[in-house]
Design a protein around this ligand. Structure first.
Ligand code: ADE
Length: 274
C-alpha cells in the first residue's frame, strides 16, 4: 500500500517511523511519504491560510496550495498492477465533521492501493477543494470521534496505525488480530500474566484450569459483561441468534433477553444506557 500525508507540520508524523509501522515501511510493506503543504505555495511568506468569507473566528486554509499538493500526489500515483486502470486513490480528510472512523473502516481502507491524507488546521480547508478533488480521488472526510483536535495530524497517526496493522505481514502473529476488541463487535476480554497471585489479587482460577472449553466460555462471558457495562450501544448490532444456552443465561444475568436474534434490554433491569 502507498500512503501520502500532506500537512503544514510534517514533523508531527515522525512517530510513523517507529514500531510496527516504521518496520512495515522498512520491510517495503508500506510506502509512506509525508509532504509539506507550504512547499506548494508561491508567495514569499508561504501562506496557507486566509480570513473566512462571511466572517467568524479563526482562519481557513486557502484552496490553491491544496490543489497543487494534491495534484502532485495524484500525478505520482502507483501504476496499475493489471490491465484495468488503477483505482482512484482515496483522499481522507480528517475532520470532526466527517463520517466516523471505525474498525470496519480500517478494514475497508486496508484493501485500497493508495490513501492520501489531507491534514487541515485552523477552521478547516476551503470546501471547494473537496469538490475539485472528487475528479481525482474518492473523497472521504473522516472523524475519529465526537471531540475536536487542533488539526488532522493526530487523527492521521491513529488512522494509519489502525489501517497499517491490518496489512498482510505487518503484525507478526495474525491470530492477535482475531481476538481483539471490535473484531467481533464486542470489547476484548481481560488478560493476565504471571505471577498468578500479585499483591493479594489472584488470576481467575478458570484460566489456570487447563480446560480450554471453560476458558473460551469464560472469556466470551467477560466480553459480554464488559461490553454491557462500558459500551451497551455495541450490543444492539450483536447477532445473538445462535448463542448457546449458557451464553443466553449470561446475557439474562446482565439484564438482556434474546428476541428475534437480537439482544433486548429488560425494562426492569435498571442502570445501563440501553
Ligand atoms: N480534526 C479535528 N478534530 C478531529 C476529529 N475529531 N477527528 C478527526 N480529525 C479531526
Amino acid at each position: 500500500m502507498r500512503i501520502d500525508v500532506v500537512s503544514i507540520f510534517p514533523e508531527y508524523l515522525a512517530p510513523l517511523e517507529l514500531s510496527l509501522i516504521g518496520k512495515a515501511r522498512q520491510d517495503g510493506l508500506l510506502q509512506l511519504n509525508v509532504h509539506d503543504l507550504r512547499d506548494f505555495t508561491t508567495d514569499r511568506h508561504r501562506t496557507v491560510d486566509d480570513t473566512p468569507y462571511g466572517g467568524g473566528a479563526g482562519m481557513v486554509m486557502k484552496p490553491e496550495p491544496w490543489a497543487q499538493a494534491l495534484a502532485a500526489v495524484a500525478a505520482d500515483r502507483p501504476a496499475a498492477s493489471g490491465p484495468e486502470p488503477a483505482p482512484k486513490p482515496v483522499l481522507i480528510v480528517p475532520s470532526p465533521a466527517g463520517e466516523r472512523f471505525t474498525q470496519a473502516t480500517a478494514h475497508e481502507l486496508a484493501e485500497e492501493q493508495q490513501l492520501v491524507f489531507a491534514c487541515g488546521r485552523y477552521e478547516g480547508i476551503d470546501e471547494r477543494v473537496m469538490e475539485w478533488a472528487a475528479d481525482h480521488f474518492t473523497v472521504r472526510p473522516m472523524s475519529l470521534g465526537d471531540y475536536v483536535l487542533n488539526g488532522g495530524e493526530v487523527a492521521v497517526l491513529a488512522m494509519v496505525e489502525a489501517i497499517g496493522r491490518l496489512l498482510p505481514g505487518v503484525v507478526g502473529n495474525p491470530d492477535s488480530l482475531v481476538e481483539e476488541s471490535h473484531s467481533d463487535g464486542l470489547l476484548e476480554y481481560p488478560v493476565y500474566t504471571k505471577p498468578s497471585s500479585w499483591r493479594d489479587r489472584d488470576v481467575p482460577a478458570v484460566l489456570l484450569s487447563g480446560n480450554h472449553g471453560k476458558i473460551a466460555q469464560w472469556r466470551r462471558h467477560e466480553q459480554y459483561r464488559r461490553t454491557a457495562e462500558r459500551r451497551p450501544d455495541l450490543l444492539a448490532g450483536f447477532d445473538a441468534g445462535k448463542l448457546p444456552r449458557a451464553d443466553r443465561t449470561a446475557f439474562a444475568d446482565l439484564g438482556y433477553d434474546v428476541v428475534d436474534g437480537r439482544l433486548q434490554r429488560r425494562p426492569d433491569s435498571g442502570g445501563g444506557q440501553n
